[in-house]
Design a binder for this molecule. Structure first.
Ligand code: NDP
Length: 246
């Protein structure tokens, strides 16, 4: 159980972030979720979390905007007093072959997926270091480990998250704050819903477990990493990918 703890989950309005927020709420954890544009979805997640008897609140913020993340983290701390768990999950893709990739494609994907995680962590570091159960969980991707044609910007951001996590894991270890990465494989969410059926079939054929993952598959790992059972695990990359990359 995660009772008496408060978690911040970026991108908590949809997909994997939504599943993590919902599962944390079931475990008794108070929830501050950060979303970008989809207020209706965020409000629905808050409503569901509150039905579990926990405090829940949504905050609109573009995580790639340093000043906006600072203001948002200040608002979260004013509302919740302290934060124990930070899940940096917000992510976007702008896929293209590298020879056609624009500066904006690179800046935006690095901005949300990598700098956004660094910004949120930076602003919440003081409260995380004070927590007796401090956790940073960064959502990367198997693509950050394997590379993927058409996703050079995304793969670079997701690989960057791994180096970032291992560095802060070493810095925060003296305060018993653990920092880990989850690297999902092919998970059925809005992000992957637009793929042509042929691409979905091809990707699924690369998965030994022969199915796409569900957001709840990733949420299970996020609950474990946040729990006391995982207090001796830090600086690790946990793949939730059906065996796609071994
Ligand atoms: P979705 O597209 O379903 O959801 C993305 C979430 O991120 C939404 O809540 C969205 O908010 C939020 N978001 C997007 N941009 C910003 C921003 N600038 N500031 C704040 N929040 C933002 O994605 P998934 O659930 O599929 O992905 C979640 C994470 O998992 C991502 O980091 C992704 O890279 C990673 N991942 C996903 C895989 C998959 O197969 N689906 C595989 C491997 C990794 P809003 O609702 O307001 O738009």
């Amino acid at each position: 159980m995660l009772t008496t703890r408060t978690a911040v989950i970026t991108g908590g309005s949809r997909g994997i972030g939504r599943a993590i927020a919902t599962e944390y709420a079931r475990q008794g954890c108070d929830i501050a979720l950060v979303y970008h544009g989809n207020e209706e979805a965020a409000t629905e997640v808050v409503r569901q979390a509150q039905q579990c008897g926990v405090r829940a609140q949504a905050y609109q913020c573009d995580v790639s905007d340093w000043a906006a993340t600072q203001t948002t983290c200040q608002r979260i701390l004013a509302d919740f007093s302290a934060v124990d768990i930070l899940v940096n999950n917000a992510g976007i893709v702008h896929d293209n072959l590298f020879m056609r990739m624009s500066e904006a494609d690179i800046d935006e994907v690095l901005g949300v997926n990598l700098k956004g995680a660094m910004a949120m962590t930076r602003h919440l570091t003081p409260t995380l270091l004070k927590s007796a159960h401090g956790r940073v969980i960064n959502i990367s991707s198997v693509v950050g480990l394997m590379g993927n044609p058409g996703q050079a910007n995304y793969a670079a951001a997701k690989a960057g998250l791994i180096g970032f996590t291992k560095s802060i894991a070493r810095e925060f270890a003296s305060r018993s704050v653990t920092c880990n990465v989850i690297a999902p494989g092919f998970i059925a969410t809005d992000m992957t819903a637009g793929l042509p059926e042929s691409a979905t079939e091809k990707l699924t054929s690369l998965v030994p477990l022969k199915r796409t993952g569900a957001p709840e598959d990733v949420a299970g790992a996020a609950v474990f990493l946040a729990s006391d059972q995982a207090s001796y695990i830090t600086g690790q990359v946990i793949q939730v990918d059906g065996g796609m990359r071994m």
